[in-house]
Design a protein around this ligand. Structure first.
Ligand code: SF4
Ligand code: SF4
Ligand code: SF4
Length: 385
């Protein structure tokens, strides 16, 4: 084996360790090796390989698994944290923990494109390699569609939709109807159901770039829905972490409210994220997503999207004039015009985002607040398994 082949083999070993670090597993192939070379020098590979067995380690553990001194571990971890490869934060007891991040969901891809980045050749190449890796991942999913999909459709929700609150044409609040059965159910205590309430809840709010739109910009496919790029909020500990690493900037509640307003005007969907997708825990972040660029949208999904919501759109046929605005605005193709020319909504596809209700010129759409529903939407099968 040539020296170059030996080095590539070591990058592949590091790729296996990264691919097994949680998040979305990625194919360990030549594309991944090319990509990793942008984030990891040869001198970083042993450090990554030290996470083979334990993906989270304390300083003492890392000193042992890497054979490095304390200062060397701290220096190496800080460098890799600034590249979105390592997460270095104290745990609840105040002990510093070093965690190897996956490449995707949430890891290097998100952190890299969440920060301010230059539109230069290097970043365009990184973006193109991510595109290639996504295509290869999709190929694997599509080639094993029949065996993988039943399992993937059981996945827990990734995000929770927080609906829009105001109808654009009237300026009036969107009508909310409460499903009375909820009062008796275990779903009685619900997490924040309005983004404004989330902004009030957290004292520390950071704002990052939308990594999906940033990535698409670099790939030469700019967003068709909005000119906004800084639309990703992180809260509390996550806000401190992302801003310290330079992936975001701390903002005031007032600026946060303004960004939300502009996001709603452009029809972006609010999605809240909770630690380990546990909606009983405080939100770590809120995204404002477009349909065209979001990696977790029906347009771009490789695996099924899985979303939690407490809302469902309901259309009043007496008020609907069949203009089709809700059909155009809906991110999941849940809204459509029926044979009578009036709008209909497919419950299985409705993520309760309220975009249709916000944009309906007749204010004909209400949101029903009810028990938590998990909406899972599978990608279409593109080829025979
Ligand atoms: S999930 Fe939504 S807001 Fe977040 S980065 Fe992707 S498109 Fe942007
Ligand atoms: S936007 Fe309103 S009026 Fe237009 S089709 Fe949809 S429900 Fe009907
Ligand atoms: S019908 Fe579409 S736009 Fe309306 S709430 Fe459901 S998912 Fe959102």
């Amino acid at each position: 084996m040539t020296q170059e082949a030996n080095i590539d083999e070591k990058y592949k070993q590091a790729g296996h360790v990264i691919s097994s670090a949680g998040g979305t597993p990625v194919p360990v192939n030549d594309t991944l090796v090319k990509l990793l070379k942008y984030f990891l020098g040869e001198e970083d590979l042993d450090f990554v390989l030290a996470f083979r067995e334990y993906k989270s380690q304390t300083l003492d553990q890392l000193k042992e698994t890497t054979g490095l001194s304390e200062s060397e571990v701290v220096e190496k971890a800080s460098k890799l944290a600034s590249r979105g490869v390592i997460f270095n934060q104290p745990n609840r007891k105040g002990t510093m923990v070093y965690r190897l991040l996956p490449l995707l969901n949430v890891g290097t891809f998100e952190y890299m494109f969440m920060g301010k980045i230059e539109h230069n050749e290097r970043n365009r190449q990184i973006s193109a390699l991510f595109d290639q890796l996504f295509e290869e991942l999709e190929d694997i999913v599509q080639s094993n569609y029949d065996s993988l999909m039943p399992q993937l459709m059981q996945a827990p929700p990734v995000d929770r939709t927080v609906p829009m609150a105001e109808n654009k044409s009237t300026g009036q609040p969107i009508k909310i109807m409460v499903d009375e059965s909820v009062e008796e159910s275990a779903d009685r205590i619900l997490p924040a159901q309005q983004v404004e309430a989330l902004i009030e809840k957290f004292d520390e709010i950071a704002l990052g770039y939308c990594f999906c739109r940033h990535h698409k910009d670099l790939s030469g496919q700019p967003c068709k829905q909005t000119d906004l790029r800084e639309t990703c909020f992180t809260f509390g500990k996550s806000a401190r972490y992302t801003s310290e690493q330079g992936f975001s900037r701390m903002i005031s509640k007032q600026e946060a409210r303004e960004i939300l307003k502009r996001s709603e005007a452009d029809g972006l969907v609010h999605k809240a994220y909770h630690p380990n997708f546990d909606i009983s825990k405080d939100e770590t972040s809120v995204c404002n997503c477009c349909r065209c660029c979001c990696g977790n949208s029906v347009e771009n999904m490789i695996a099924p999207i899985s979303n939690a919501t407490n809302f469902l759109a309901v259309i009043d046929p007496e008020l609907c004039v069949g203009c089709g605005t809700c059909v155009d605005e809906c991110h999941t193709y849940a809204a459509y015009l029926g044979d009578d020319g009036k709008a209909q909504r497919n419950e299985e596809l409705c993520i309760g985002c309220g975009v249709c209700a916000a944009f309906c010129p007749e204010n004909a759409i209400s949101m029903v607040k009810g028990p938590t529903r998990i909406v899972r939407i599978a990608p279409k099968k593109k080829k025979a398994s």
